[in-house]
Design a protein around this ligand. Structure first.
Ligand code: NAP
Length: 320
């Protein structure tokens, strides 16, 4: 296996953790309608606007279509999905069920570009991510896709991508939460005009992380949402710790895609765009433990995130 082949496997969304290149389908954003949700939008390097808060669709089981429709009705207009979640049909149904026109929804779809699992082992593809990106640049020219993004790239990989190709990614979707703040990388991405979408914004909240070796053992630490600093800040604003964790994202100029199938939680997430004082932002900034929960490097036999925070502490032999 050559280096190029190994590089392309990179990472992908949660269930199997492969590298993805993301096709961002911006279905025409209508400013006035977004204003009615009370959630701010950020401008991408394409000129399009992306909502600050949306939702994820890695649900495992259950009524995915219903959850998509409910999230949209709750006010969330940014939908994150991925082919690897096997819910594309349900997401489409949910969009219809919501009753909202498609033009109002910013749909983010992730393609699994180069890997598959076979007999529990990762099979690496032969296509380098640079070549995949070049192919996606062609799709961009067709107009079917409005923006291209990436997920789970290391800084060096992204530098290579930007050196070898013409389109700077519009977004980078990656793990960020109060326990893994990736401050340097986030600042660098901002300097390059790449918008960050945080996945797993509630850190070790997803049950998956407490059941997999991807999280090394650290997922058993205090849940982010139980942290007294977040709770105390929340009390000042009449908000929950979850809402504080999400507001911290928005006030940092990033987007976020929490996942839930529960109505009241969706509404809570949709009401998490509020201002935080600089003192409170600073207090949350001090919670960084460089604790990365989504690290399938052992499964891949390839060190992901090699130049980023949060790669230490892996327990050999403890994969999912
Ligand atoms: N690109 C990638 O590699 C990648 C990797 C991971 C995830 N993702 C995307 O990011 C999305 C979110 O990631 P995630 O599911 O790992 O993390 P998450 O949103 O941080 O955590 C999900 C968990 O938080 C709970 N939750 C959500 N809102 C809540 C609220 N208001 N109050 C209390 N609990 C709440 C949910 O509870 P319930 O289960 O009870 O609803 C669920 O257990 C995924 O669905 C997926 O779309 C992408």
């Amino acid at each position: 296996m050559n280096v190029a082949t190994r590089r392309v496997c990179a990472a992908m969304p949660l269930p199997t953790g492969q590298r993805t290149a993301q096709r961002l389908v911006n279905l025409s954003l209508q400013q006035q309608r977004y204003q009615s949700t009370g959630i701010r939008r950020f401008k991408l390097n394409t000129g399009a606007e992306i909502p600050a808060i949306g939702f994820g669709t890695f649900h495992g089981e259950g009524d995915v279509a219903g959850a998509v429709a409910q999230n949209i009705k709750a006010g969330l207009r940014l939908v994150d999905t991925a082919r690897v979640y096997h819910v594309e049909k349900e997401v489409g149904e949910g969009l219809k069920q919501s009753g909202f026109p498609r033009e109002e929804i910013f749909l983010e779809g992730a393609e699994n570009i180069s890997q598959e699992m076979q007999a529990g082992k990762m099979i690496r593809g032969e296509t380098h991510f640079v070549d995949t990106w070049k192919a996606m640049e062609k799709i961009l020219k067709t107009g079917k896709t409005k923006a291209l993004g990436i997920s789970n790239f290391s800084k060096a990989e992204l530098e290579l991508l930007m050196k070898e190709t013409n389109v700077v990614p519009a977004v980078h979707q990656m793990e960020v939460h109060p326990y893994l703040q990736q401050k340097d990388f986030n600042a660098w991405l901002r300097s390059k005009g790449i918008h960050v979408i945080q996945f797993s914004p509630l850190g070790n909240m997803n049950r998956f992380y407490r059941e997999t070796g991807w999280s090394k053992d650290i997922s058993h630490m205090m849940r982010v949402i139980d942290h007294p600093v977040l709770k105390d800040i929340g009390k000042k604003y009449g908000k929950s710790a979850v809402q504080v964790a999400l507001a911290w994202v928005v006030n940092n100029g990033r987007s976020v895609i929490p996942m839930t199938t529960i109505d009241w939680m969706m509404r809570e997430n949709a009401e998490a765009d509020f201002g935080l004082s600089s003192e409170d932002m600073k207090a949350i900034g001090e919670l960084d433990l460089k604790a990365r929960f989504n690290d399938p490097s052992l499964d891949y036999q390839w060190q992901l995130y090699s130049d980023l925070d949060g790669i230490e502490g892996r327990q050999d032999g403890k994969t999912h």
